[in-house]
Design a protein around this ligand. Structure first.
Ligand SMILES: O=C(CO)[C@H](O)[C@H](O)COP(=O)(O)O
Ligand SMILES: [Co+2]
Length: 215
């Protein structure tokens, strides 16, 4: 079962609530929120007040991808804003184990994202306690970038690591450059959460591309 998560990074920010309702109506199962602080990545998007503001416009689970320094300072605010998944970057967490515990203590699901250059093996000792591993298939910070093909091998490695740790319930998510051409290979490699921004929000028929990615 594939979960398609439209990334609102490519939505029209001037009508965010309508854009979210539109992709919900067209079959999305989750909303991917890219929080960027202008430090961890060279771009700035939105923070917790915007997440809170749009929460009342959809029933879909919120999946927060934190491209920020000190992600631990966001946890309580995201829990209060009704977020389901909180994904922190391995590269942003000196005390990753503690951050994962804090996310669980706040009654949310905990994900860890890996930049393209970060090996999957860095998650060996926390694999048993994550709910999701996010393989970045572009360098984080911007939508509309080209898919990095070696992410496919990393997806396989992430799935194998989760299975070896006995954590068969956790998901492997992929984010960056997912479209009609790249989706089949990431699904075949074991990704079950597909993030797509430009491919969905830029499509003339959003329902059709969501159906395609979900199939
Ligand atoms: O995390 C992200 C960027 O850092 C976005 O989720 C991602 O890039 C989605 O955009 P697209 O599908 O257009 O690549
Ligand atoms: Co993202």
């Amino acid at each position: 079962m594939i979960t398609v998560c439209p990334s609102i990074l490519s939505a029209d920010f001037a009508k965010l609530a309508e854009e979210i309702q539109d992709v919900e109506k067209k079959g999305a199962r989750c909303i991917h929120l890219d929080l960027m602080d202008g430090h961890f990545v060279p771009n700035l998007t939105f923070g917790i007040p915007v997440v809170q503001a749009v929460r009342k416009y959809t029933q879909l689970p919120f999946d927060a991808h934190l491209m920020v320094e000190h992600p631990e300072t966001y946890i309580d605010g995201l829990a209060a804003a009704g977020v389901t998944y909180v994904t922190v970057h391995q590269e942003a967490c000196v005390h990753l184990d503690r951050v994962l515990q804090a996310i669980h203590d706040a009654h949310m699901k905990a994900g860890v994202a890996l930049n393209p250059a970060t090996p999957v093996t860095t998650l060996e000792w926390v694999a048993a306690q994550v709910d999701l591993i996010l393989i970045m298939s572009v360098n984080p910070g911007f939508g509309g970038q080209r898919f990095l093909p070696y992410a496919v091998e990393k997806i396989k490695q992430a799935r194998a690591l989760l299975d070896a740790s006995g954590n068969t319930c956790a998901a492997v998510q992929v984010d960056g450059g997912i479209n009609r051409k790249t989706a089949p290979s990431v699904k075949a490699a074991g990704a079950t959460f597909l993030v797509a921004g430009s491919a969905i929000f830029g499509a003339s028929d959003r329902a059709e591309i969501i159906r395609f990615l979900q199939a």
